[in-house]
Design a binder for this molecule. Structure first.
Ligand SMILES: Cc1ncc(COP(=O)(O)O)c(C=O)c1O
Length: 367
């Protein structure tokens, strides 16, 4: 029997994709801001309700480029409860990460712990809307305004997430997205930066194209972050089906919540009021004394029966060799993140997950 994986990619209709490939072949324009690239940027602005977007070839280069665009240096406040690319983007820019603990109700940075981490070298805050759950953005912005800091959101998980009808991607100075195959919306590999104004889009478009501003002028040490025409076309097709995919994920989340709510020692989050969630992940937290198994015991029991949940985000980024020597990386500084990383399992959730597979996951957890 096939394993049940944590996710499965949303794939466009192959015939429709083939038609678009034919257009690309006919035009012989395969990258560098071609027509599909332009169409996808516009379609994403409309879908996501954001004013400007710049496409990238993955979700890591937007993080690196955001830091370049805003000329961030010194120290940046972030959290260790994320995918490692968040902190790596700081390291690649020669910036010192300062880890702050997370809020147990969102998994995002705890605004009440930010001020004590600010030093004269702090230039920005890089929070993460982990699992697509909105951070406490108003409090974060108030601190940033008070201390003159920039805010760059790693919104890799937050595609389509809205708070009171407004996109979460409009918060802060810049937000980054990942369109990796594992995400709710994918372009195989891909990503984007969301910005507020045309000048910033221009600057970022230069930076993702080696710093070229026209044919002969280079205005910055830019990088090659460009998205190609083939994946832009694929992305246009996937955008047409992403709402249905999110709704299918929602139904899986409803089922998990209904069936697991009474299981002693298993907890999870409910939807937040006023939020349009994207159901990109379904994390559960295992309280071993109450549940009777540790997180890892449950994780391996699931694996043995072909259910490949994932322990996102364990281990914490702060425990990896690059970062563990930093004073802010200590376990004592990060009790909530440490507890969450030690108890989490993300259950399988995706648009085409069958009812019987959902039931199998539930049965294993209940048995
Ligand atoms: C929170 C977070 N940030 C950044 C990234 C990097 O994105 P990509 O894999 O598209 O480079 C990912 C995921 O892959 C992620 O989960």
């Amino acid at each position: 029997m096939a394993n049940i994986t944590v996710t499965s990619p949303l794939l466009p209709n192959l015939d429709e994709f083939h038609q678009m490939l034919q257009e690309i072949w006919d035009s012989k324009w395969i990258t560098n801001n071609g027509s599909f690239h332009q169409k996808l940027e516009q379609a994403l602005c409309d879908y996501l309700k954001v004013p400007y977007i710049s496409l990238f070839t993955n979700g890591t280069l937007p993080l690196l480029t955001a830091l370049q665009a805003l000329r961030i240096s010194g120290e940046v406040i972030t959290t260790p409860y994320s995918f490692v690319a968040t902190t790596h983007s700081l390291w690649w820019n020669g910036i010192r990460p300062v880890f702050v603990d997370i809020d147990p109700t969102t998994g995002g940075i705890d605004p009440e712990r930010i001020e004590e981490a600010i030093t004269p070298k702090t230039t920005a805050i890089m929070p993460v809307h982990v699992y697509g759950k909105p951070c406490r953005t108003a409090e974060i912005q108030a601190i940033a305004d008070k201390y003159g800091l920039r805010v760059i959101y790693d919104a890799a998980h937050a595609f389509g997430v809205e708070v009171n009808g407004k996109s979460i991607l409009n918060e802060g100075d810049l937000s980054t997205l990942s369109f990796h195959a594992t995400k709710v919306y994918n372009t195989i590999e891909g990503g984007a930066l969301v910005m507020h104004d045309a000048k910033m889009k221009q600057r970022i478009d230069y930076l993702k194209n080696f710093g070229f501003a026209g044919e002969t002028e280079v205005v910055a040490p830019g990088i090659n972050g460009k998205m190609d025409e083939i994946r832009s076309a694929y992305g246009l097709l996937n955008l047409q089906q992403v709402d249905a995919a999110i709704e299918a994920r929602h139904q899986v989340a409803i089922r998990y919540r209904k069936e697991l709510r009474e299981v002693e020692g298993i907890s999870f989050w409910d939807d937040m009021p006023g939020v349009r969630h994207n159901y990109s992940y379904f994390p559960i937290f295992v309280d071993a004394p109450k549940y009777g198994l540790t997180r890892d015991e449950l994780y391996f029991k699931m694996r043995e029966q072909g259910v490949l949940g994932r322990r996102y985000f364990y281990p914490l980024i702060s425990t990896f060799s690059t970062y563990r020597g930093l004073p802010s990386a200590s376990r004592e500084n990060l009790p909530v993140a440490t507890r969450m990383a030690d108890t989490v399992i993300c259950l399988p959730i995706y648009h085409s997950l069958s009812d019987s597979d959902v039931q199998k996951v539930i049965n294993i957890i209940k048995s």
